[in-house]
Ligand binder design. Structure first.
Ligand SMILES: Cc1cc2nc3c(=O)[nH]c(=O)nc-3n(C[C@H](O)[C@H](O)[C@H](O)COP(=O)(O)OP(=O)(O)OC[C@H]3O[C@@H](n4cnc5c(N)ncnc54)[C@H](O)[C@@H]3O)c2cc1C
Ligand code: FES
Ligand code: FES
Length: 496
């Protein structure tokens, strides 16, 4: 058992003797006093606390390695989560010269009060580094990820820049000068440790300091053993849900089991008919894998928090948190996803809709973990769309999320799956609305019956995001939107 957390900080090997549930932001500012990293919201929303997290990634074909950097919110990241990784703060970007993003921001007058600037520079430096790695032949693909699932891209588009900035709030400069600076940068590497150096900071199995213990199992079997021994320990995916409570309510994590290094949970697999994602695969990785098959799902994932949230938040965490307004479950249910629950007693598989029992209550037993999620690949005649209705396009919680999937044969609907978030205490299927479509031609009459069935089934709550009446109206309207989209009248698909 170790009492220290080992990592690279701005290129230098570092050992921190600190409770592993201390937030990285608190440690950076109060330990080494790297105060360029700011605290704004302390809940993952504003990006002022952004840092780059580097991991060694390998190209499966050539076995060449490179350090893959991605932006993360240090306010909701626990110190235990950076053990064995590299952290780059805004102070570490500058070498003898300013980093190209810093230079472009300064030359372009892209900063006024400057509070948001370090976070913005970090996000753009992360984008530039990923593009450099892609240019060098290392794709946005982790060593644990299955071949053929990741996207490889070298050019930076305006859409990439907007995406990289979606999690960074600037209240005074305005985004035009920031985007203009970003356009001037293109690709740029991060000065940091070589991939081989990571051998010196191999992650420890257990770190314990001042009453907080952080376990990092590397195999599913070790994880399940720990889970059996410690059913009350916090099961930590990316911590984008749990980290908010850590930062906001200063909750103590006395015993944590991290899933981030469990090989089986980090795997992505593609078979003839299915895509399978280990529960600890992040949304950013899923985005790269799903876009080819379900572009509408990719568009939804692109609106999932921000790059900082997607680079840490996992599919298992989104399901495990069992929020009635989580975005993953409605899409996954409509696609017919199945989840694998694992314990030392064995593995069981169930349709995702059967996992959610009541508000934040699930089928998961105390000794179990969600191990993987399997999604059928599209079949001939299938149409799938998912819609997220929220007050803002980016970085916002759904008021209603609706997912529709049909399979047609000669114009007639052979099967239908429809699921909603934000309409009940759990993500739910709409069986009567599905029945309204099956066996009919996919026409206006069928869709009107389907919309009426949706209105009849749900009794949503009113809250500050939307009234019950609004939710019902929107949910019914989305059925019509689906029909119009399939007819080719409107399209909302992410640009590649
Ligand atoms: C700023 C911000 C924006 C967000 N935007 C969105 C959004 O647009 N849409 C959306 O749906 N969500 C959003 N979220 C919520 C969150 O990012 C997601 O739910 C994410 O997928 C959670 O994954 P995680 O790995 O970070 O979960 P964690 O925080 O690690 O865990 C969440 C819960 O799941 C449990 N858990 C994790 N993994 C497993 C497993 N394998 N087996 C069993 N239980 C497990 C944990 O014990 C915990 O109870 C946002 C959060 C923040 C802070
Ligand atoms: S302080 Fe706002 S995202 Fe971390
Ligand atoms: S420059 Fe002031 S908040 Fe962005």
């Amino acid at each position: 058992m170790s009492q220290t957390i080992r990592f690279f900080l701005n290129g230098q090997k570092q050992e921190a003797s600190v409770r592993p549930d201390t937030t990285v932001l608190d440690w950076l500012r109060s330990g080494p006093r790297l105060t360029g990293t700011k605290e704004g919201c302390a809940e993952g929303d504003c990006g002022a606390c952004s840092v780059l997290i580097g991991d060694p990634w390998f190209d499966d074909a050539h076995h060449e390695g490179a350090v893959h950097y991605q932006a993360a919110n240090s306010c909701i990241l626990a110190m235990g989560q950076i053990d064995g990784r590299a952290v780059v703060t805004v102070e570490g970007l500058k070498t003898e010269q300013l980093h190209p993003v810093q230079a472009a921001m300064a030359e372009n007058g892209s900063s006024q009060c400057g509070f948001c600037t370090p976070g913005i520079v970090i996000s753009l430096a992360g984008l530039a580094a990923q593009r450099s790695a892609a240019g060098a032949g290392l794709s946005a693909q982790g060593s644990a990820a299955g071949a053929g699932l990741a996207a490889r891209k070298t050019q930076v588009t305006d859409s990439d820049i907007h995406d990289a900035l979606a999690g960074n709030l600037c209240r005074c400069t305005g985004y035009r000068p920031i985007v203009e600076a970003a356009r001037k940068v293109g690709n740029a590497t991060i000065a940091g440790p070589h991939v081989a150096a990571f051998a010196k900071i191999e992650p420890r199995k257990t770190i314990s300091a001042a009453g907080s213990t952080f376990h990092q199992p590397q195999s599913l079997n070790d994880l399940l053993q720990l889970r059996k021994e410690m059913p009350d320990a916090i099961l930590l995916g990316g911590g984008t849900d749990l980290g908010v409570a850590l930062a906001d309510y200063h909750s103590d994590w006395s015993e944590v089991i991290s899933l981030a290094r469990v090989r089986e949970l980090r795997a992505m697999r593609e078979t003839e008919n299915h895509l399978s994602f280990g529960a600890a695969v992040t949304w950013e990785e899923i985005l790269a894998g799903i876009i080819e098959y379900y572009p509408s799902f990719a568009t939804l994932i692109r609106r999932f928090g921000s790059t900082q949230i997607r680079s840490m938040g996992t599919i298992g965490g989104n399901i495990g948190t069992a929020s009635p307004i989580g975005d993953g479950p409605p899409a996954l249910i409509a696609l017919g996803a199945e989840i694998e629950l694992a314990s030392l007693s064995g593995h069981r598989f169930l349709a995702l809709e059967d996992f959610f029992l009541d508000y934040r209550k699930t089928e998961l037993r105390a000794d179990e973990v969600i191990a993987s999620v399997s999604i059928p690949k599209p079949v001939e005649g299938q149409e799938f769309r998912v819609y997220k209705i929220s007050k803002r396009y980016d970085q916002d919680i759904s008021t209603v999320c609706a997912a529709f999937s049909i399979v047609r044969e000669e114009g007639q609907v052979r099967s239908a799956r429809i699921a909603f978030g934000g309409m009940a205490a759990t993500p739910q299927r709409a069986p009567k609305a599905e029945q309204a479509l099956v066996g009919s031609m996919f026409d206006q009459r069928a869709i009107e019956t389907c919309a009426s069935a949706i209105t009849a089934q749900f009794k949503p709550l009113s809250d500050w995001r939307g009234s019950a009446e609004y939710r019902l109206q929107v949910a019914a309207n989305l059925a019509e939107r689906f029909w119009r989209d399939v007819a080719g009248e409107t399209v909302e698909v992410m640009a590649l």
